[in-house]
Design a protein around this ligand. Structure first.
Ligand SMILES: Nc1ncnc2c1ncn2[C@@H]1O[C@H](COP(=O)(O)OP(=O)(O)OP(=O)(O)O)[C@@H](O)[C@H]1O
Ligand SMILES: [Mg+2]
Length: 471
């Protein structure tokens, strides 16, 4: 990185420069570097999208006309990665109409060609400054929310910070939020943070786990019941929707919600009213809904085990939490915090992680994500008698580490011996068995739906199921 005048903001994160003309790109790069910015270059939309995925640019500067794809595509991709990422577009002479459409799509600013380097630098510095102020504001808001009791979300990885930023945006609105992510990634934690960060923070946060409550009881849990609604209903009971009035209702594991109840939830979302079980008076509630699932709702919609209209209503503001194994660096941050927390809880004196223990933690794949890491550290703190946690205290199985190693070829586990016919047959049979098992799982064991998913007749599915001995 070249050094520049102290008055300009120096980027820690690079400027992504998307321009196909080599001479112009070199000129702009030079001007930016002179001011202390580091620059990554792309020549078309595909290259730009790849850069957006692998690095976290502070600002994107893109030509609108590109040899393949266009600047609007780059703009959209950037906003998808991070809605607050500043994007400045460059337009050819006379392309004011294009500039207007880019601004409408969320570009921060535009520059007419031929580009005046001073003007460019001004726009870039201003965009970076705006982004910095916005980030400071987020940190302050997080701190303020923490003081009010919001849970602390630990992690610095750009992918997580982006999710947190989305969470802040969602919190400010009243939109329904759908949190997705593998088990243990922090969906419930994020739901609580969302509530605490928003204007409903002083209202109730009511959670219900749709998977933990038997199907028959879920309806009365959600909507309550009137006295005498069924045998044993000796008094009126308010449901969670009522309890969450002026607050947030967290529907955890929404993928497990039976179809019959899905339509009732949809109605509340649309009309904001419902009746208690056995009741006739419509009740009006003011509830913000947050739902979470670790299932693939898309494929459940395809299998017709999840209503598409409810899915669309819920995913007004989808937030996907990345798995821990993709958040390099966060494992050790979380591990240090957890060691500290459990050490204090257990009244142990100073306790640290040895270098070898940290390396083992970082090499592990964490299929159970943050929850697994938290449990692992808790156990290690209990087991460790000295002042340093060693790999032996962690009880990490190497199998999971192997599974995470990107170099491992899954075909190595498959028996390809014998003739070509024999090898092919074994692979096909195994693929068939796995596809059927998976479809049955996605369809909650409903054979007809599983057959639909696989686009085969139910008879063939039954026959295959017997053949493969799938229970
Ligand atoms: N980024 C984080 N910082 C601090 N703690 C975290 C973080 N992510 C998760 N945790 C902790 O990890 C545990 C698991 O998180 P949580 O219960 O929210 O996950 P989940 O996605 O709801 O999991 P599941 O799908 O299994 O229900 C909780 O104790 C939570 O506080
Ligand atoms: Mg959960």
């Amino acid at each position: 990185m070249a050094s520049g005048p102290a008055s300009t903001a120096v980027t820690v994160f690079p400027v992504l420069l998307v321009e196909d003309k080599d001479s112009l790109r070199a000129m702009l790069r030079h001007a930016l570097e002179l001011q202390g910015h580091s620059v990554i270059e792309a020549r078309d939309e595909a290259e730009a999208v790849a850069c957006l995925r692998t690095s976290a640019p502070a600002v994107v500067l893109t030509d609108l006309r590109l040899p393949s794809g266009d600047g609007l595509g780059v703009l959209r991709a950037a906003r998808e990665v991070d809605p607050a990422m500043p994007v400045v577009v460059m337009t050819a002479y006379g392309g004011i109409q294009d500039a207007v459409s880019a601004m409408r799509e969320g570009a921060t600013d535009f520059l007419a060609k031929p580009v005046d380097p001073d003007h460019l630098l001004l726009l870039v510095s201003r965009a970076i400054e705006q982004k910095r102020i916005f980030n400071d504001y987020l940190v302050l808001r997080e701190e303020a929310a923490e003081r009010r009791g919001a849970p602390r979300i630990i992690g610095e990885h750009p992918s997580l910070r982006q999710v947190i930023e989305r969470l802040h945006r969602a919190a400010a609105s009243d939109a329904t939020v759908l949190l997705t992510g593998e088990s243990g990634t922090g969906k419930e934690l994020f739901a609580r943070a969302l509530h605490a960060l928003g204007p409903r923070a002083d209202g109730p946060f009511v959670a219900i786990n749709c998977a933990a409550i038997p199907e028959g009881l879920l309806e009365t849990e959600l909507f309550g019941h009137e006295r005498g609604a069924f045998t044993g209903a000796s008094s009126r009971k308010p449901g969670r929707f009522e309890l969450a009035h002026r607050g947030t209702l967290f529907l955890d594991e929404i993928g497990e919600m039976p179809l019959s109840l899905q339509s009732r939830i949809l109605r509340v979302l649309q009309e904001k009213t419902f009746e208690r079980v056995g009741g006739t008076v419509p009740l009006h509630v003011d509830v913000r809904l947050v739902a979470a699932t670790n299932r693939d709702l898309h494929s459940m919609v395809a299998a017709r085990t999840f209503r598409d209209d409810l899915f669309f209503r819920l995913s007004v503001f989808p937030v996907e939490i990345p798995p821990l194994r993709q958040r390099t660096g966060d494992v050790s941050r979380l591990a240090h915090c957890f060691v500290d927390r459990f050490r204090r809880d257990m009244n142990k004196p100073a306790l640290t992680l040895s270098v070898a223990a940290l390396a083992a933690l970082e090499a592990y794949a964490w299929p159970g994500n943050v929850r697994e890491l938290q449990n692992c550290i808790e156990r290690a703190v209990i087991l460790c008698d000295g002042d340093q946690i060693q790999p032996s205290h962690l009880h990490l199985t190497t199998r999971a580490t192997d599974a995470a190693a990107p170099t491992r070829d899954p075909w190595e586990d498959i028996d390809l011996s014998g003739t070509l016919d024999e090898a092919l047959r074994r692979v096909v049979v195994e693929a068939e068995r796995r596809a059927i098992t998976r479809a049955l799982r996605d369809a909650h064991g409903n054979e007809e739906r599983a057959a639909d998913l696989l686009r085969v007749g139910p008879r063939l599915l039954r026959q295959k199921r017997t053949e493969h001995r799938i229970a």
